[in-house]
Design a protein around this ligand. Structure first.
Ligand code: HEC
Length: 150
């Protein structure tokens, strides 16, 4: 009897663990990226360490043009040469007032670094220095309305 009880507790603990692990797995697989507009609370608090001076905006523009414009378009409207070949979701318009992944500098930085799981927006954190990503954020700020909110 005692061993049966111990066994049931064991099974209950194991299934709780399994549920916990699969929930974690789902969170990892889906990233933090729901399909609709959402915020990243922690990301929103990240401080942009690179001042939006003309030099950093220019550097950001150059990086954007070489790395991002094929999808997001030469002026950020989401109409790059590759855009029509991409499955939905299509590359975002980065010049409008709507930000699916949040409007704060830190949220832009996070989606550029981590990518958007399940879309063609890849994680640039592995191939670009953080300061370069912040420079791109500074450049994108000059393309979108400053009052932009999600
Ligand atoms: C291969 C195509 C492709 C390239 C290259 C690409 N993106 Fe994206 N990007 C996307 C797609 C598709 C989405 C939409 C993701 C979604 O809907 O969740 C996106 C979303 C974004 C968003 C979020 C917009 C929002 O509304 O929240 C930002 C910011 C962004 N990209 C910036 C960049 C930057 C900066 C680069 C270059 C370093 C880049 N992207 C390169 C395809 C691309």
């Amino acid at each position: 009897m005692r061993s049966l009880l111990a066994w049931s507790i064991g099974v209950a603990a194991l299934s709780a663990w399994t549920i916990g692990v699969s929930a974690l797995g789902a969170a990892a697989a889906g990233g933090l990226h729901e399909t609709g507009a959402h915020h990243h609370e922690g990301a929103a608090k990240l401080k942009n360490p690179v001042k939006p001076l003309p030099a950093s905006v220019d550097a950001g523009k150059r990086l954007y043009t070489t790395q991002c414009s094929t999808c997001h378009g030469p002026s950020g409207k989401g109409d790059g040469s590759m855009a029509s070949a991409i499955n939905p979701p299509k590359p975002s318009d980065l010049t409008d007032a709507s930000w699916k992944h949040g409007a704060a500098d830190g949220e832009l930085f996070t989606v550029i670094s981590d990518g958007a799981t399940g879309t063609s927006m890849r994680a640039y954190g592995q191939r670009m220095k953080p300061d370069d990503i912040w420079k791109i954020v500074n450049y994108l700020r000059t393309c979108a309305p400053t009052t932009a909110k999600t």
